[in-house]
Design a protein. Structure first.
Length: 180
């Protein structure tokens, strides 16, 4: 039995009634490993100090920026051209967001990337790793970018709170119908 036969058998045994792109997931995990190793190597080569304990303010800043960056990449209508090779538009998904389906045709790698780029939860680890690496390699620039992402996330929540408050104040009439 060849290695390829064993892999195919493993995939069939893992999910006999559903297509799960295990090979594509392995490639994505490898890509993440390359990203993390590259950041670690860059920190070592440049001699940048890695903090023993990140400041609480950086953890909060990076957390909120990670939330916004992962939603921006995975759900924003404007970033849909980045996802288009791997996903297909399904329907509107809320305020300036879209819901997309992963393309099933093509390779397991294409499918796995489609799942990754259309899932803000999946992308969060990548975004957090990049932003955290940025804090070590280019802290001022990373904090500046994180501030912009965090401000946008806070603004999003304020816009939604405003719409909810306005609707409640106007007796439950839809904010869309009122031109909000």
């Amino acid at each position: 039995m060849t290695v390829r036969d064993r892999i195919d058998r493993l995939c069939e045994e893992y999910a006999p009634h559903e297509h799960r792109p295990l090979g594509g997931y392995a490639v994505a995990m490898g890509g993440f490993g390359v990203l993390a190793a590259s950041l670690a190597a860059a920190a070592k080569v440049t001699g940048r100090p890695v903090p023993e304990r990140p400041a609480a303010s950086d953890v909060v800043l990076i957390s909120i920026a990670t939330h916004k960056l992962s939603r921006l990449v995975a759900k924003d209508a404007v970033t849909s051209p980045l996802r288009a090779p791997f996903t297909r538009y399904a329907e509107p998904g809320g305020s300036a967001e879209v819901n997309e389906e992963v393309r099933d045709q093509g390779s397991a790698v294409r499918h796995a990337i489609g799942e990754l780029v259309s899932c803000p939860f999946c992308l969060a680890m990548w975004a957090a790793t990049g932003l955290t690496g940025g804090l070590v390699l280019a802290p001022r620039l990373t904090r500046l970018a994180a501030v912009a992402l965090t401000a946008t996330a806070v603004s999003d929540f304020l816009q939604m709170a405003y719409s909810i408050a306005k609707e409640a104040a106007e007796g439950g009439r839809s904010p869309r119908a009122l031109g909000a």
